[in-house]
Design a binder for this molecule. Structure first.
Ligand code: LAC
Ligand code: ZN
Length: 473
């Protein structure tokens, strides 16, 4: 039995008084399109009762007020590029899609900010800023597809977090519609603000469970004038991962990125892209980048890092000689998730985060579990900030049901290792539905109780993305 009442014709009629007919959608095909995200569809999907496309904050507020009165669940949706089932309307109800709230409202060069609506594709923000010599540095790897609202709702991270941090660091102002339909304006064009509790930060990364983001002001960073990028191949995985903290601590250089790609991930992605970066003798490859104001300096820094790598077991180094080669290196890295999904649509793409010094202790466990259960779990990711994408690929010989049973065992094992090494089960994709049971089992009970109390206070009828992150008792 559903915990929520059905969405009646009367509620639909009311919605159509706020939004024109064409933006209140009930046709089966379109509802199906928003029933899942990038988490395995066979496990995580649900068809909502209605899909709405607001064009203003006022419209969002009206929809939420109505839903709150009738206790109808609401799931806010960006591009549906999330990986934890966060955008799945688990309890049906209303999906609010932000495709039509996608304007770039203001570039304020003098205050180093840009103000946007949530439905803008993240990369479009940076494209618009390029001629100003500015950019939003916290963008995630899926920047060509994802929307900024989803990035904020998940506090998404990316490949340059060592130097630049993640989304939340750059969100200085936020407009949020609360569960009762109030419009909150938090922060502003301010790079510091300790005026009361930092409510803005509470909404960032709350996966749509505490409020709905309708506008954001983003702090900008000067676009670096130079960057140097290289691939470094290691015959031994342990040499590559042991080197990561060394690179960060011994040279006095903060790289922009230190990305890890293991042998299987590199092989598959190079085959898919027809790219030449695969080396059969290399268990691991690091993609390392430094950026700065001057090409001579970044070149010299990348050479220093290359020498350190060569002294510690690197078997080959390729420094990108030009921008197209740099882009080929990054494209290779960015394309791994999609490539592995092609191999195994039922894959489980993980994003555990560890203290960087614990990565060498983590990797042998992946190998141990691969051998023990005869599965392939390519591991790649943001080694420089400890955030790894171990990806559980479905064994072809298993049925979906058998695979999902094995997947649960593997996840339990991996998450236990991560926990024991001082890590957390999600560094950038969030808990959503997918990790809810693991998160609630592993969380400190006192921490979980506070989170649940916050949810109950801000969303007394539990209408905002219910059933995500944790359940309420
Ligand atoms: C990446 C996504 C999967 O790093 O987070 O490619
Ligand atoms: Zn990632």
């Amino acid at each position: 039995m559903s915990l929520y009442p059905p969405l009646t014709q009367e509620i639909l009629r009311e919605l159509r008084t706020y939004l024109d007919e064409s933006r209140v959608v009930t046709n089966a095909k379109e509802l199906e399109n928003v029933s899942f995200d990038q988490a395995a569809k066979s496990l995580y999907s649900q068809i909502p009762e209605v899909l709405v496309y607001p064009i203003s904050t006022q419209e969002v507020a009206s929809i939420v007020k109505l839903a709150n009165v009738h206790r109808i669940p609401i799931t806010a949706r960006g591009a549906g590029s999330g990986l934890a089932g966060g955008a799945v309307p688990l309890h049906k109800g209303i999906v609010i899609a932000f495709d039509k709230m996608n304007r770039l409202l203001e570039i304020d060069k003098n205050n180093l900010t840009v103000t946007v609506e949530p439905g803008i594709i993240t990369n479009k923000i940076n494209e618009a800023l390029e001629s100003y010599g500015l950019y939003f540095a916290g963008y995630p790897m899926s920047l060509e597809r994802c929307m900024i609202g989803g990035n904020i709702a998940t506090n998404a991270g990316g490949g340059k977090a060592i130097k630049y941090g993640v989304t939340g660091r750059y969100i200085v102002g936020l407009e949020v519609v609360t569960a009762t339909g109030e419009i909150l304006t938090l922060g502003g064009k301010l790079f510091k603000n300790v005026t009361g509790y930092d409510l803005k930060q509470l909404f960032i990364g709350s996966e749509g469970t505490l409020g709905i983001i309708t506008q954001a002001t983003i702090q900008l960073t000067p676009l670096p004038k130079a960057a140097s990028t290289m691939l470094v191949w290691f015959s031994q995985m342990k040499d590559a991962v042991q080197l990561v903290p060394e690179i960060l601590t011994t040279l006095g250089i903060t790289p922009t990125a230190i990305e890890l790609i293991d042998q299987t991930a590199m092989k598959y992605v190079c085959e898919a892209l027809n790219e030449s970066f695969y080396r059969p003798l290399a268990q691991a490859t690091l993609l390392i980048e430094v950026d700065g104001a001057n090409q001579a300096v970044t070149n010299q820094q990348i050479q220093q890092i290359a020498s350190l790598c060569e002294r510690h077991g690197a078997i080959d180094v390729l420094v990108a000689a030009d921008a197209p080669t740099r882009e080929r290196m990054w494209k290779t890295r960015r394309s791994i998730a999609e490539t592995l999904k092609q191999h195994s649509p039922e894959m489980s793409l993980e994003d555990m985060v560890l203290p960087i010094h614990a990565i060498p202790d983590y990797m042998p466990h992946v190998k141990r579990l691969e051998d023990m259960y005869e599965v392939s779990m390519p591991t790649y990711g943001h080694a420089g900030d400890g955030n790894l994408h171990t990806t559980l690929l479905k064994k072809a010989s298993l049925t979906d049901a058998e695979w999902h049973a094995l997947e649960a065992i593997l996840l339990e094992e991996l998450y236990t290792v991560v926990h024991q090494l001082g890590g957390k089960i999600s560094g950038e994709h969030g808990i959503g539905i997918k990790r809810k049971s693991y998160f609630t089992a592993m969380a400190d009970p006192a921490e979980l109780t506070i989170m649940q109390a916050i949810k109950k206070t801000l969303d007394p009828n539990n209408i905002l993305n219910p059933g995500k992150i944790f359940d309420l008792n």
